[in-house]
Write a protein that binds this ligand. Sequence first.
Ligand code: DNO
Length: 392
Amino acid sequence: MKESWRWFGPDDPVPLAHARQAGASEIVTALHHIPNGEVWPADEIARRQAEVAAAGLTWSVVESLPVSEAIKTRSGDWRRDLDAYCRSLHHLGAAGIRVVCYNFMPVIDWTRTDLAWPLPDGALALRFDATAFAAFDLFILKRDGAEAEWGVERCRQARTALCGMDEAARERLTRTIIAGLPGAEESYTLDQFREALARYRGIDAAALRQNLGEFIAAAAAAAAAAGVRLCIHPDDPPRPLLGLPRVLCTAADARWLLAEADTPANGLTFCAGSYGVRADNDLPAMVREFADRIHFVHLRSTRREADPESFHEAAHLDGDVDMVPVIRELVFEERRRAAAGRIDAALPMRPDHGHQLLDDLGRRTNPGYPAIGRLRGLAELRGVIRAVETLC
Ligand code: DNO
C-alpha cells in the first residue's frame, strides 16, 4: 500500500517534513483556498505539486474536489459548476494526479459534537453524541419537525443534556456542528445554516440519489477522459442528519452508485471509520465485493457506545472495525491488480484521524489531524500491513 498523509496546505500546523518523518511517501491534499464551484487552474496545481515534491513527497490524491451545493441540489449555477468540476479534473489528470476523492453530503460534511473528548489515559478523541446533536437540533437550531423525528425519549434526554450545558458549551457545540471541520470547506452562522437547510426542501433521498446519479454520469465521463479515478467518500456519520438525506451509507448505496456509471472512473474511497459506524455494514465483505473499484483507503476505527447512535473514535486497531481482515482483503486486491498488470496496484491509504496525545496536547491542531496521534496510527497500521503481506 502507498502510505499517505493528509496535509491541509501551507497553513497546516503539521509541516510536510513531519509527514515524511512519519514514514509517508504520498501526500493527500486539496487547493483549499479555491471556493467550491471554481476551476482549479493548472498553474496553481503545479505550484502545490512542486511544494510537495520539494519536501521529497508526491501529491498523489486529491481530497477533496468539492461538489458545490448547486450541483447537489441541481439548482442555480449547477451547469457552470459542473463544467468547472470537469475542467479541474482535466487539469489534475494532465498534472498526473489520478485519484480524486469527493463526497455528496448535503450542507455539512463530516460531523462530530465533541472535538476533545478525554479518554481514560488522558488523550483526546473526537466523538459524536446523538443526544448532544439532538439538543442542538431541537433547542438551538429549533428546526421545524425535529421533535417528531427524534421521538419522545430522545427529546427528553436532549433537554436534560441542554440544561447541563452553560452558554460556552452551547456555543462550542453549535460551532462544532456548523462552523466546518477540517476539509469541510463550508462554514455557516446559524442564519446561513437555516438558509442552506431550506434549499433542500423537497429534496428527499430519492431526489438526492437522482442528482448524484446525474452528477456521476457526467463527472465520471470527464474523469475517464482525463485519466482520473473519482472515489466517493461515504457519509459521516452514515445516516440522515437534520432532516437532510444522506445516500452513501451502506453496501447497497455503494453498489447502486457503482452501477450508475460502470467505469473505473467511478469508484469508492473506502473509509473504514465511516462505514464502520453502522453495525449492519460488514467491512471485510464490502472490501471483497467492491475491491476493484476502491481507489483510496481511509483506515480508522470507531467505537459504538451504549447508546448505539453515539460513537467515538477509537485507536486505529481498536473499536468496532475488523481492521486486520479489512487490510487482508485490500492486500489480496493489490495482488490481483499486480497480476493483471494494473498501474494502480498499490492502493493509497492514509491513517485517518488520530487521538491528540503527548505533545499534541495543548498544541494548535486541526481536529482529528494531530501529528503524533496519526504517526501512531500509521505505525500500527504499517505493522499490520507488513504482517499480512508476509504471512497471508
Ligand atoms: C474527514 C474527512 C472528510 C473527507 C470528505 C471527502 O476527516 O474524511 O472531510 O475529506 O468528506 O470529501
